[in-house]
Design a protein around this ligand. Structure first.
Ligand code: PLP
Length: 482
C-alpha cells in the first residue's frame, strides 16, 4: 500500500485556489519569476492540505468557526492515533467516547469490507440477514426484557424515536429529563438535552427538566450519596405531581450522564426512578448511547451491580456509539414486547432510509463478537477497578487542581477546581492550558467545561494506562507551576 502522502495525491489536486493561502493561487495564475517562490509556500504536505481543506470547506459542530485549529488525524490503531507527521497520541478521548473497541479493529474492518462487497445497503422494508443477526446480538446482551430493535442513524434519532414510541403508547406528551444531560442534536433530542445546547434550539414542545443527583455539586444540600439520591427522587416526584402525572409520557435519563460530567447515579437512584415511573404510569427511557457497550465495564450501564443492585429494567433503551465503535454510523432503540406489539395492527409513524443497513449491521455483529471473544467488556471493568481508578485517585492526591475523581470502568471525570474547599470550577483558560500540555506530551484528551474526562477505549492495556497517568501527572505539574 502506498504511504499516506501518495494516497492523498488526489486530494492535493482537488484543493481549489481559494482554499489555501494565496501562494497556491499564485502558482496557477502567475507566470513571472514570483511564481516559483510563491509555489514553494503552497501547502503540499498532506497534513497542511487536510487543514487547509477543513478550514475552507468544513463547517464544524457546536463551534464559532473562525478560531478553530483542529488536529489533522491521519490514521489510528488500537488506543493510538497519529497525525500526518507521524506523531502518535494516546487516544484517551475515544474520539467522542465511541471507539470502545479501539481504532481499526481487524475483525470489524474485515467484516465491513466483506459486507461492502456483498451488499452495502438495502431499503429498511427488506429483510436482511446481517441486520437480523445484529439485532439478535444486541438483544441478547440486554438480557431478555426486550424483543425488537429499531435501528437509527445514531444516538439523537434513537432518542427521538424512543420519545415518539413513549408518546404513542401512553397517549401523553411530556418528556422529563435531567438539566445535566445531553441526548443529541435533533428536534426533540436537543430539547430533552438539559445543557447549554438546548437554549438556542427550543423548537420542540412537551419537555420539562429536573435536577438529578450530583453529590459533589449537590442541588439538595445533601451530606451523603444516599441522601442525595433520596432528595433528588423527592424533587422529581414533586415535579411529576406539579406537571400532572397524566401528562407525562416518559422520564428520559442517561444511564450515566456522560458529557455532563460522568455522574454515576448514587445508590437507589435508578430503582427510585423505576418506582416513580411505575407509580404514575410513566415509561422509563435509559439513554445508553455513551454509557453502553463496555464503557462502564458492563454491556449496559443499567446492568452494573453498583448502579442497579436492585436489578430494575428500563422500558426503552437507546444505544449508538460503542455498539460498533462508530466505524459506520448507527444507533437504535431496544423495544420490549408490550411496546413492540402495540404496533402489530397499528402503523408505527416513523422511519429512516438507513435503518440498520447491512454495512452498519456487519460492523455491529463483528464488534459484539470481538468484544465477547476478547473479553473487552471485562477488561474495561478490570482496568477501571484496579488500574485507572486507583491511578486517578493517586493523581488527585498529588494535584490540588483535582477536586473530585469519579467514574467506573473506562468512564472517568476529573472535576477541576480553583479551591478544594469552595469547589469553584477552574476557568476555561486552565482547561486550555492542560489540553495543550497533554497534547504536547502525546495524549489526546477529552475536555468538557471544567473537567478532563478520562475515557480510553475498553481495550486499553495496563501499560497504556500507566503511560497516560504519567502524562496527566506531568501536565498537571506544568500547569500548577504556572
Ligand atoms: C448520552 C448521549 N445521547 C445521545 C447522543 C447523541 O448521539 P449522536 O451524536 O450519535 O446523535 C450522545 C452523543 O454524545 C450522548 O452522549
Amino acid at each position: 500500500m502506498p504511504p499516506p502522502h501518495l494516497r492523498l495525491a488526489w486530494a492535493l489536486e482537488a484543493i481549489p485556489t481559494d482554499a489555501v493561502p494565496e501562494s497556491r493561487a499564485a502558482r496557477t495564475t502567475m507566470t513571472d519569476s514570483t511564481t516559483t517562490a510563491a509555489a514553494a509556500a503552497a501547502p503540499t504536505a498532506p497534513g497542511e492540505c487536510a487543514l487547509a481543506l477543513d478550514r475552507s470547506h468544513v463547517f464544524h459542530s457546536w463551534s464559532a468557526q473562525a478560531s478553530l485549529a483542529p488536529l489533522a488525524i491521519a490514521g489510528a490503531a488500537g488506543c493510538e492515533v497519529w497525525d500526518f507527521d507521524g506523531r502518535r497520541y494516546l487516544d484517551f478521548s475515544s474520539q467522542l467516547v465511541n471507539t470502545n473497541i479501539g481504532h481499526a479493529h481487524p475483525k470489524v474492518v474485515a467484516a465491513i469490507q466483506e459486507q461492502a462487497a456483498l451488499l452495502a445497503t438495502v431499503a429498511p422494508a427488506h429483510a436482511n440477514l446481517t441486520r437480523g443477526e445484529a439485532a439478535r446480538r444486541i438483544l441478547e446482551k440486554a438480557g431478555g426484557a426486550f424483543e425488537k430493535v429499531f435501528f437509527t442513524n445514531g444516538g439523537a434519532d434513537a432518542n427521538e424515536n424512543a420519545m415518539r414510541l413513549a408518546r404513542l403508547v401512553t397517549g401523553r406528551d411530556t418528556i422529563l429529563s435531567h438539566y445535566r444531560s445531553y441526548h443529541g442534536n435533533t428536534g426533540a433530542a436537543v430539547v430533552a438535552t438539559g445543557d447549554w445546547r438546548r437554549a438556542p434550539n427550543q423548537y420542540a414542545r412537551g419537555h420539562v427538566h429536573f435536577f438529578g443527583p450530583f453529590p459533589y455539586r449537590s442541588e439538595f444540600w445533601s451530606s451523603s450519596p444516599e441522601e442525595e439520591s433520596e432528595r433528588a427522587l423527592h424533587h422529581l416526584e414533586r415535579v411529576v405531581q406539579a406537571e400532572g402525572p397524566s401528562t407525562i409520557a416518559a422520564i428520559l435519563v442517561e444511564g450515566v450522564p456522560g458529557t455532563a460530567g460522568v455522574l454515576v447515579p448514587p445508590p437507589g437512584y435508578l430503582a427510585g426512578l423505576r418506582a416513580i415511573a411505575d407509580r404514575y404510569g410513566i415509561l422509563l427511557i435509559v439513554d445508553e448511547v455513551m454509557s453502553g457497550f463496555g464503557r462502564t465495564g458492563d454491556w449496559f450501564s443499567w446492568q452494573s451491580p453498583r448502579i442497579n443492585p436492585e436489578g430494575v429494567v428500563p422500558d426503552l433503551v437507546t444505544f449508538a456509539k460503542g455498539v460498533n465503535s462508530g466505524y459506520v454510523p448507527v444507533g437504535g432503540v431496544l423495544i420490549p414486547p408490550a411496546i413492540a406489539h402495540a404496533f402489530d395492527e397499528r402503523v408505527f409513524p416513523g422511519g429512516l432510509t438507513y435503518s440498520g443497513p447491512p454495512l452498519a449491521a456487519a460492523s455491529i455483529v463483528a464488534s459484539i463478537d470481538a468484544m465477547e471473544s476478547e473479553g473487552i467488556v471485562a477488561n474495561a471493568a478490570r482496568v477501571g477497578r484496579y488500574v485507572l481508578g486507583p491511578g486517578l485517585a493517586a493523581l488527585a492526591e498529588r494535584h490540588p487542581l483535582i477536586g473530585e475523581v469519579r467514574g467506573l470502568g473506562v468512564f472517568w471525570a476529573l472535576d477541576l477546581v480553583v479551591d478544594r474547599a469552595t469547589r469553584e470550577p477552574v476557568p476555561a483558560a486552565t482547561i486550555g492550558a492542560l489540553k495543550a500540555e497533554l497534547l504536547a506530551r502525546g495524549l489526546l484528551p477529552f475536555t468538557a467545561d471544567n473537567r478532563i474526562h478520562v475515557v480510553p477505549p475498553c481495550i486499553v492495556t495496563d501499560e497504556e494506562v500507566e503511560r497516560a497517568l504519567a502524562i496527566y501527572d506531568e501536565a498537571f505539574a506544568a500547569v500548577e507551576a504556572g
